[in-house]
Design a protein around this ligand. Structure first.
Ligand code: NAP
Length: 538
């Protein structure tokens, strides 16, 4: 018998809850449910825990929100025990942190690695999910909880000939565990999003020649990372409550708050000084600390965008390259702002060239490089920094079927339909945690995992075996969420926020745009009203 058939022949694992994914949200959900006394287990596709920080191990990968705003807040002991070495810590440390959490709270025995969930079917009579992994392992669980994150399903572009390439190739989100030796090699990077912008300076230093294939320039802003001194470490630990309180107040649960003034209410010289002041700050202050109306008023946005363009031009020696690196086709912040360290200076290096694949698109990948409509570029290595089928992709790639046998891919063909981002009508007992709130990941993951824990406990106390979003509540929420995006500059630009980076995907703003505080308030209110909008069964 082969391994799959062998696994299928085993009795299914019987569970109260099966959580998909051992990343930031899955680990905490596991902790919450086990504390409730449930037989809860994580099935994780990867070979280890960490989710995003397990898979995205490309050179240069690091947090770009403050390490201490991304940390779990639920345990004072954990906050005391963990020291971040940098204000924006790098992937190896982030992965170590999540492993530390898994061990510290004895979660590891309840995590099955290399267990990629392939299908899940809801048994309408038994009120249980039947789950199967790619290697034939089976489980049955009352609750199925998707903690797959928002940027998990990596996206390969549909460029012809990708399989023909004879050299090495990597997608950044499937980076190998062993170091890649770039020395002396001709490396091509396709993409210039937040990932590529972190990666490119590192590869440029290590390789022979680097060719960057850019289709759309981005407004990358300086990260301004630094190490954390012992004195700062103590201060951070003493200030944790204030950090979390601040994150609770802000729109996207980051530490920065938009300035409440309107751009043109501030005199020009004062505006300029303000732009310079936020520019000199670390992290997302240049975005989330700007005047609030840059996200809604095109004129306010354009003035600030021009300031950022000037900053880019100042750093690039060759004026032609500088102009190519200056974004002009979308407003500042309408796509996710990448934070960088030495990105623009990389294009001053003699071994780096920028190729504009907007004016001369990539036609195909050949056995030995990349062919654009203008030229062929000989390469030994191709790096695809081409992003993700975000938010919905990981779930719709699984064969998840609800009460009437309909797949989640079908249910979401016209964009994700959910109630509170947490459930989809027709898929009882399936919770989608941290699905789609525009929010600092850990801050919202904790809130949602606790909401699910409390809901499950509430059901247990009342003898309910089944929870399902009502179609009416789902429709009302979806309409409310859509209305919130009116007037937002996000919706006018193509990006993964809109699903438009993936061919055939419905173009819609994939996040809940009401802000983290409103989201928290809403889900708490729903719970306080006996989980209004959900239908329960025994
Ligand atoms: P991305 O922002 O979607 O960027 C993908 C890049 O690939 C874009 O430059 C895109 O060009 C290009 N591309 C795709 N198909 C192409 C084709 N056929 N030909 C040429 N270029 C092509 O993906 P990402 O950089 O991986 O970032 C995704 C998200 O991950 C970020 O926005 C961020 O939220 C997250 N992230 C977080 C961190 C962090 O927290 N530290 C770090 C990295 C990433 P177009 O723009 O023209 O489509």
């Amino acid at each position: 018998m082969n391994a799959v058939a062998d696994n299928r022949a085993q009795a299914p694992e019987e569970l109260d809850a099966l959580i998909i994914g051992a990343g930031v949200s899955g680990l905490y959900q596991l902790y919450c449910l086990r504390r409730l006394g449930l037989q809860a287990v994580i099935y994780e596709a990867g070979g280890g825990v960490g989710g995003t920080w397990y898979w995205n191990r490309y050179p240069g990968a690091r947090f770009d929100s403050e390490s201490y705003s991304y940390i779990y807040s639920f345990s004072r002991e954990l906050l005391e025990e963990w020291d971040w070495s940098e204000h924006y810590s790098a992937q190896p440390e982030n992965e170590r942190y999540l492993n530390f959490v898994a061990d510290r709270f004895e979660l590891r025995p309840h995590i099955r690695c290399n267990a990629r969930v392939q299908s899940a079917r809801f048994d309408d009579d038994a009120n249980r999910w039947r789950i199967e992994t790619a290697d034939g392992r089976c489980a049955q669980a009352r609750f199925l909880i998707s903690a797959v994150g928002i940027l998990s399903a990596h996206h390969m572009p549909d460029i012809p000939g990708i399989e023909d390439f004879a050299g090495q190739s990597f997608h950044t989100a499937r980076w190998p565990h062993e170091p890649v030796d770039f020395s002396g090699k001709r490396v091509g990077v396709i993409g210039t999003g937040a990932t590529a912008i972190q990666l490119i300076p590192h590869v440029a230093e290590q390789c022979g020649e680097l060719t960057v294939f850019q289709r759309t320039a981005n407004y990358a802003c300086p990260l301004r990372n630094s190490t954390i001194t012992p004195a700062e470490q103590r201060q951070i630990k003493d200030d944790y409550e204030a950090v979390f309180a601040r994150c609770r107040r802000t729109f996207a649960a980051f530490m920065q708050e938009f300035d409440p003034r309107r751009t043109f209410d501030v005199p020009p010289a004062e505006r300029r000084a303000f732009y310079e002041a936020i520019w000199s700050q670390p992290g997302f202050t240049k975005w989330f600390g700007a005047f609030h109306d840059i996200m809604t008023d095109p004129a306010a946005n354009e003035e600030y965008a021009e300031f950022v363009r000037e900053k880019i031009r100042e750093r690039v020696h060759d004026p032609v390259t500088a102009e190519l690196l200056v974004p002009r086709d979308h407003p500042f912040g309408a796509k996710r702002i990448p934070l960088e360290t030495g990105y623009y200076e990389t294009f001053n290096r003699p071994n780096v060239r920028l190729v504009d694949v907007k004016s001369a698109p990539i036609e195909r990948v050949t056995a030995n490089g990349v062919q654009t409509t203008a030229a062929h570029y000989d390469l030994d290595v191709i790096i695809y920094a081409t992003g993700f089928d975000a938010i919905t992709g990981e779930l719709t790639r699984m064969d998840i079927r609800g009460a009437d046998g309909r797949s989640i891919a079908d249910a979401w063909a016209d964009g994700p339909q959910t109630y509170l981002t947490l459930q989809t009508a027709g898929f009882p007992n399936l919770f989608i945690i941290n699905g789609a709130v525009f929010c600092n990941f850990t801050r919202c993951a904790e809130v949602v995992a606790e909401w699910v824990r409390d809901c499950v406990a509430w059901m247990g106390a009342r003898g309910y075996a089944r929870i399902e979003a009502s179609p009416a509540a789902e429709l009302a929420w979806t309409e409310h969420a859509e209305k919130l995006t009116e007037g937002m500059l996000f919706t006018k630009t193509d990006s993964w926020f809109m699903g438009s980076n993936v061919k055939g995907k419905k173009r819609t703003f994939l996040f809940y745009a009401g802000g983290a505080p409103a989201f928290r308030e809403k889900i708490a209110e729903v719970a306080a009203r006996g989980y209004e909008g959900f239908e329960f069964g025994r």
